[in-house]
Design a protein around this ligand. Structure first.
Ligand SMILES: Cc1cc2nc3c(=O)[nH]c(=O)nc-3n(C[C@H](O)[C@H](O)[C@H](O)COP(=O)(O)OP(=O)(O)OC[C@H]3O[C@@H](n4cnc5c(N)ncnc54)[C@H](O)[C@@H]3O)c2cc1C
Length: 445
């Protein structure tokens, strides 16, 4: 076996995926150089500086069952910053807020009749016993939800949630989408009646990125920030290296963590059929204003919204998870709206978003007073949640691409899991193991 130590690899993208890959590959003895377009690591999990504080651009929670994340947090040395909190979820329906946490809450949920409440509970339990992801992938989400939970529950609970999440009707969405979500949410509880526990990192997700990056640097990883890759150069069906404004940098191999269509645009030398596959991949975007308040708004971490007329999907009050003392005493309320590809809302100016969002916010919370609001900050991202139409798992690109020495590790590949830190760090561990395995053979070639 050759020593992978002699191999030098480039990673493109410095989000959670890229930094986790860098960590594992460096641990495995490789020389690693990472290129990040932005001037900060973290990508979607990066922070915005706010009067000397670091505030997550987007809300991020770690579930008590997210073991890959917790292992990484421990190994990086950030465990002292991890806090566990009991959280609550709510539902906003017809002008009222309802708790939506335990089977007891389901049984009392007023928008449903007694029989419908029972069927909703059945759906949640059923999802825990279904283990066949391939089967779930072939069933339209509506068919599965109506079959187990009934049409009434579907119309009242699931249809509005799906419409809000996908920013459209969901005819082509597989059952995996809700099935994975129900399993993930229930995994935070020890038994159906127990309380929901979630975790957060003091300083936000970036605390993990920062701690991991420090371990990486100790192991010799080089981070190039403000360094967009213009091309991953392919010659004779093999990755030669990466091109930046400073020219070509040669490597033994390259791993891209970029979203599929962006990756495709960087590899003009790759086979057309592979680029077509990448170009086909659609993503939801997100428009995610953050309201900074000087007081608590609700008792809920997440308040789900079923009212079609409200433009945002949920009210995510992260300071019902995060101790406000860790964010300068502020109360943080995110008002996300997931956006279908091509949505014009991604281009709305901040002032227009603010006027529209606050108008509806005041309708939801009639007692809201402008004096409670310290700030309103609009964040957006175009490529967030990969969309996977029914029965298309065969179109998920592989980690080993058709180009020799060119690897891919991106959020499309976590399916049927949802896109989150847990699935991303788990995938990064697997792809790193594959690359290290391959690297052992490279110097024999
Ligand atoms: C609103 C919202 C809420 C979320 N909530 C949670 C949550 O509660 N819990 C959870 O675990 N996860 C959550 N997530 C998901 C989590 O943020 C993602 O799973 C994770 O950040 C994905 O990381 P990534 O590295 O795959 O992608 P990204 O973060 O997108 O990283 C890709 C990186 O590549 C860089 N890049 C792009 N082009 C180039 C180029 N040409 N050259 C060099 N670099 C380039 C980008 O700048 C970026 O830094 C949430 C996400 C959003 C948007």
């Amino acid at each position: 076996m050759s020593n992978p130590n002699t191999q030098h690899i480039a990673i493109v993208g410095g989000g959670v995926m890229g930094v986790t890959l860098a960590y594992h590959l460096a641990q495995g003895g490789m020389r690693v150089t990472l290129y990040e377009r932005g001037d900060q690591l973290g990508g979607l999990a990066s922070y915005m500086p706010y009067h000397g504080l670091r505030i997550d651009r987007f809300y991020h929670t770690i579930l008590s069952s997210d073991m890959s994340m917790q292992t990484l947090i421990k190994e990086s040395g950030a465990a002292g910053r991890l806090h566990f909190t009991e959280t609550k979820q709510g539902f906003y329906d017809d002008g009222r807020l309802y708790p939506f946490n335990t089977p007891v809450d389901f049984m009392r949920f007023p928008p449903l009749n007694l029989f419908q409440r029972f069927r909703l509970g059945l759906q949640v339990i059923y999802a825990q016993f279904e283990n066949n992801a391939a089967k779930m992938d072939r069933i339209p989400v509506k068919d599965w939800l109506v079959r187990i939970g009934g049409r009434g529950v579907y119309e009242k609970v699931w249809a509005p949630l799906l419409r809000a999440k996908f920013d459209s009707e969901t005819t082509d969405v597989p059952a995996t989408y809700i099935w994975s979500r129900l399993r993930r949410m229930m995994s935070t509880r020890q038994g159906v009646t127990s309380k929901e526990m979630m975790c957060y990192l003091e300083g936000g997700y970036y605390s993990l990125i920062e701690a991991l990056a420090a371990r990486c640097e100790e192991a010799g990883v080089v981070f190039n920030l403000g360094a967009p890759i213009e091309e991953i150069v392919v010659e004779r069906a093999r990755a030669l290296g990466v091109r930046t404004t400073n020219g070509l940098h040669r490597y033994d191999a390259v791993i891209s963590t970029l979203q599929s269509p962006i990756f495709s645009s960087l590899i003009p030398g790759a086979p057309r059929s592979f680029r077509d596959l990448l170009d086909k991949q659609e993503y939801l975007g997100v428009l995610c204003p953050l309201l900074i308040l000087n007081r608590k708004l609700t008792p809920y971490y997440v308040l789900n919204i079923t009212d079609k007329s409200i433009p945002f999907t949920a009210v995510v009050e992260t300071t019902n998870l995060i101790d406000p003392k860790h964010v300068g005493g502020h109360h943080l309320v995110y008002l996300p709206k997931y956006l279908a590809p091509g949505s014009e809302l991604l281009r709305w100016p901040d002032e227009q978003v603010k006027a529209e969002w606050l108008g509806h916010f005041k309708r939801m919370f009639p007692d809201f007073d402008a004096a409670w609001m310290t700030d309103f900050i609009v964040q957006r991202a175009r490529y967030v949640e990969p969309l996977r139409p029914i029965g298309t798992t065969g179109e998920i690109p592989p980690a080993r691409t058709p180009v020799e020495r060119l690897y891919l590790s991106n959020t499309v590949m976590v399916y049927p899991d949802l896109n989150n830190g847990e699935s991303v760090t788990r995938l990064a561990g697997k792809v790193a193991a594959r690359v290290l395995e391959d690297a052992a053979g490279w110097s024999r070639e």
